[in-house]
Design a binder for this molecule. Structure first.
Ligand SMILES: Nc1ncnc2c1ncn2[C@@H]1O[C@H](COP(=O)(O)OP(=O)(O)O)[C@@H](O)[C@H]1O
Ligand SMILES: [Mg+2]
Length: 509
């Protein structure tokens, strides 16, 4: 057979496969275009999980009437002009592929009025074929309606999940952008029901609007020569949700997620990284969700440091300010379930988990020891672990740090023989630690978790009865720790209810 160039519509359909995977990917592209057009109002309508309709309406600058036909052609973009621009793009789009791809696999309707014109244009394309193009009266801005996605590609259509699942994905895309662009008003409705109406607001209140279950947020921040990292953690909402942004772009990166989870556990978080553009490679994914970092380690270092800089909760700042005297505004009310110390402070009742608070205290003491003279071993052992030569090699490189964590060991051929154990820790935990360390890409995170395990063994347990003196003592020490919000494994340390909420519940307010 002879070689032929593929017809344009076939090329477009193939390309569409890269950009358009499902309704959520269409929504992502359309929202990004609206944001790139400087819209400050974006309205989204979804029907049947986006299978029937994805509509995005904005009040941005609109498309110049002479550019509309160009906009739906492949590799047509108004956002970069030269190859050099590629390295400094600040807009979301720049590949000029989205509209052409989407319009080749749906019934695509676009109406737009550019800010300098009194009349708009409307355009209809079905499965890549022009149907209609004309002048029309319109508000400033652009509306795109994508109907019947993949109507002309039944095989792809069959790959879509249920309407419920597709709606979950589109909602998640919406949340990712709404969470960051807090100065934009959004409206999101699905099957005629309004799900979110958002006005411009601070990040904290935007998070709480999008996630009503989040009652409290703790701010964190750090900056070094690599860049800036900041964000929020919710101590009371632990469902494994977390959102990462790099230079304003929502991204996914498994290793970075692991680093964050090792610090915050399952708690909800949003994390914003600001890095010089050359640290970040967005282009590994055609839809630009996955991101790769150059100088990964320094980026992770920055992230970790920021997560160690959690702002103190009210109870803590209040107590530390009042020269640490228990006054009428601070009252230990008692202990419940032999597990929680109950404290009243400044209009809130706190339930402090005694074990986790105690763990935080010991963890910080141990961490300081680890970083200075080292933790001394207290027990002896003769556990032997057989490992591969490269695992042994890795452990021998890390020997100095392992010994500072209180573990002594000898290398005998293909085995590690543990000879000394840190205090209050089971042999099998030490064994697990050595094995995961020998396989890990993140030895620092492993050692950190291990120090948390030692702290756990040294702490008072849930179930221990405390005298009120002991309870006060724990609170005092806990308040003085550097990160009183979360336990070393990332669990929240306390739960609080405001007296106002209690009043509302009983109809007093
Ligand atoms: N909502 C919008 N408002 C204004 N201009 C838009 C909008 N959507 C698309 N455009 C214009 O159409 C062009 C093509 O869009 P797209 O295919 O998404 O490519 P890209 O965003 O990569 O440039 C954009 O560069 C922009 O000029
Ligand atoms: Mg785009």
């Amino acid at each position: 057979m002879r070689i032929k160039k593929l017809p344009e519509d076939v090329i477009n359909k193939i390309a569409a496969g890269e950009v358009v995977e499902r309704p959520a990917s269409v929504l992502k592209e359309l929202i990004e275009n609206s944001i790139d057009a400087d819209a400050d109002r974006i309205e989204i309508r979804i029907e049947r999980g986006g299978k029937r309709l994805i509509e995005v309406k904005d009040n941005g600058r609109g498309i110049h009437p002479d550019d509309i036909l160009e906009a739906v052609r492949r590799f047509s973009t108004s956002k970069i002009y030269t190859i050099d621009d590629l390295f400094s793009v600040s807009s979301y789009g720049f590949r000029g592929e989205a509209l052409s791809s989407i319009s080749s696999v749906s019934r695509f309707y676009l109406i737009s009025r550019h800010k300098d014109f009194t009349l708009g244009k409307e355009l209809l394309i079905e499965g890549g074929e022009f149907r209609h193009f004309s002048d029309v009266g319109a508000h400033q801005g652009t509306t795109v309606r994508v109907r019947d996605l993949f109507f002309n590609l039944p095989v792809r259509e069959r790959f879509l999940k249920t309407e419920k699942t597709e709606l979950k994905h589109t909602t998640d895309v919406f949340i990712r952008y709404a969470l960051y662009h807090t100065d934009i008003s959004f409206r999101f409705s699905a099957d005629g029901k309004v799900q979110y109406v958002l006005s411009p607001e601070e990040t904290e209140s935007r998070i709480k609007r999008l996630f009503p279950a989040v009652k409290e947020l703790i701010y964190f921040e750090s900056e070094d020569k690599v860049g800036r990292c900041y964000g929020y953690i919710s101590p009371d909402y632990a469902t494994g949700r977390g959102y990462i942004y790099v230079n304003g772009r929502p991204v996914k990166n498994k290793s970075l997620m692991r680093v964050i989870r090792s610090k915050v556990g399952n708690n909800f978080f949003t994390l914003f990284l600001e890095l010089p553009p050359y640290f970040v490679d967005h282009n590994i994914h055609p839809a630009k969700i996955e991101v790769k970092f150059r100088k990964e380690r320094s980026v992770y270092q920055l992230v970790k440091k920021s997560l160690e800089n959690l702002q103190k909760p009210t109870i803590v700042s209040h107590l530390s300010q009042k020269n640490r005297r228990y006054n009428s505004e601070f009252k230990v009310l008692g202990q419940i379930d032999n597990t929680f110390i109950v404290v009243y402070c400044c209009g809130d009742v706190y339930f402090v988990d005694q074990h986790i608070a105690s763990e935080r205290i010991h963890y910080e003491l141990l961490k300081r020891k680890f970083l200075s003279e080292g933790i001394s071993p207290s027990g002896s052992s003769s556990v032997e672990i057989k490992l591969d030569p490269d695992q042994i090699e890795k452990l021998s490189q890390l020997k100095y740090h392992i010994e500072k964590a209180g573990v002594r060991f000898d290398i005998k051929g293909n085995s590690i023989v543990i000879t000394g154990l840190p205090p209050n820790i089971k042999e099998h935990k030490v064994r697990d630690f050595i094995i995961s360390l020998s396989e890990s890409e993140f030895p620092e995170a492993e050692i950190d978790t291990f120090i948390g395990d030692i702290a756990c063994g040294e702490s008072i347990d849930a179930g221990d009865i405390l005298s009120s003196e002991e309870a006060k003592k724990i609170l005092q020490l806990w308040i003085e720790t550097d990160s009183p919000n979360l336990c070393p494994h990332g669990r929240p340390i306390y739960y609080k209810i405001s007296v106002d909420d209690i009043k509302k519940k009983v109809g007093r307010k």
